[in-house]
Design a protein around this ligand. Structure first.
Ligand SMILES: [Zn+2]
Length: 394
């Protein structure tokens, strides 16, 4: 998540921390010295006033916040409060996180001993009735708390680590306030829910991804990245491997069984590899994007694409010559290269007169692959397992 920084350097709390840090460790105020050993938790607050705009509290305007013309923001001397961060709305109406104190500074957020131990942030309240706003800032708070727990090695499920101001009051380490429960209960959310969501968020971002590539070093060949190993295997084309996050190949599609592959199986394999790669490329916007044939500068690609264009198999989405509109990502082009080689190998560069296909759908990779596989198999029924190896052995 993005955390904007606009430190409240004119706030007395900010200045007090600067002064404490300038002292030798042995002569520091013990409350500051305790916090400087590292935060042991995160306390969640909400502002208790109907104003969801960050600019009410965070200034000066950085172009995103907007201006607070009333001079009552928290970046001024004479306040006895300061938190580490705020969650609320930018002037464009987007939910954002703004950090106003370094995490390493002891904040003045709860009027009790939790100031010595807990990080803190305020969620800007609205009128407490807007469901969309509530869920936006709630998930922002989950992401921020997960980020802080990760950064400082905190377990959100351990007692007393992630707490609301009201819970701190019950524990005797904060002043008597009702935030955030007075607001969250209107939407059926408890602090236990919040702690679970923070934990889930931490686990989700720590989950390793399985990447499907030709080789680990060839990042451009990546077909996709999957949390689920079985899904990664299913998407792994012949000649590719599934790599764990450390770069170890945990599965390689050598397709050793293809000696007895039927025509249908071969067609299926080519189609699946082509459409997986194409849809992964479009979804993940993998590799370079080629608007027109003129954008293709790689000789390897051009050598393979030229015969497809010349034979009319690759018609694009309009235009001609270098202006032929490809509208493809790199991974889709790779599939076309494979198909072109298959066709070249079996002498099928020019499509037969009686080819049974609609002329105008051939620009789609999957359609080209279906056509190429079909024709290749018809012509050289016995060669198909050799043909597909052209790609695997490149
Ligand atoms: Zn509070």
């Amino acid at each position: 998540m993005q955390i904007y920084q606009q430190f409240a350097t004119r706030n007395d709390c900010y200045r007090r921390n600067q002064a404490e840090m300038n002292k030798s460790p042995g002569s520091r105020d013990s409350r500051y010295a305790k916090y400087y050993q590292g935060p042991r938790g995160v306390m969640i607050h909400s502002t208790g006033a109907n104003n969801p705009n960050l600019r009410r509290y965070v200034q000066p305007d950085d172009g995103t916040l907007g201006v607070n013309p009333n001079g009552n923001d928290w970046n001024r001397p004479g306040l006895d409060v300061a938190v580490h961060a705020f969650i609320g709305l930018t002037k464009a109406g987007d939910v954002a996180v703004y950090q106003i104190l370094p995490w390493e500074y002891r904040a003045w957020h709860c009027g009790g001993d939790a100031n010595n131990t807990h990080l803190s942030f305020e969620i800007c309240e609205d009128d407490l009735g807007d469901r969309d706003y509530f869920w936006s800032v709630y998930w922002g708070a989950v992401a921020l708390t997960a980020e802080l727990c990760r950064k400082f090695g905190l377990n959100p499920l351990e007692p007393g680590v992630v707490i609301s101001h009201a819970e701190g009051a019950q524990m005797g380490i904060a002043s008597n306030h009702a935030d955030v429960g007075h607001w969250w209960s209107r939407f059926g959310v408890t602090m236990d829910d919040f702690r679970e969501d923070v934990s889930d968020e931490m686990n989700a971002s720590a989950r390793p991804l399985y990447r499907v590539r030709r080789t680990w070093a060839d990042k451009d060949s990546q077909v996709g990245a999957f949390a689920d190993l079985d899904k990664a295997k299913a998407a792994c084309p012949v000649g590719y491997s599934v790599y764990d996050s450390a770069g170890n190949a945990v599965y390689t599609n050598t397709n050793k069984e293809d000696k007895n592959m039927t025509k249908e199986e071969f067609r299926e394999m080519v189609n699946t590899a082509a459409s997986n790669a194409a849809s992964a490329a479009v979804e993940k916007k993998l590799g370079k994007y080629y608007k027109t044939l003129g954008d293709v500068t790689s000789n390897t690609f051009l050598e393979a694409l030229s015969p497809l264009v010349a034979s009319g198999v690759l018609k694009g989405r309009g235009g001609s010559g270098n202006d032929l509109i490809l509208d493809m990502h790199e991974e889709s082009l790779r599939i076309l290269v494979i198909l072109s080689r298959i066709m070249s190998e079996v002498g099928l560069i020019a499509p037969p007169e009686d080819a049974d296909h609609p002329e105008d759908v051939l620009m789609h990779v999957a359609d080209v692959s279906a056509y190429a596989a079909d024709e290749a198999v018809e012509a050289h029924e016995k060669q198909y397992h050799t043909i597909i190896r052209l790609d695997a052995e490149e």
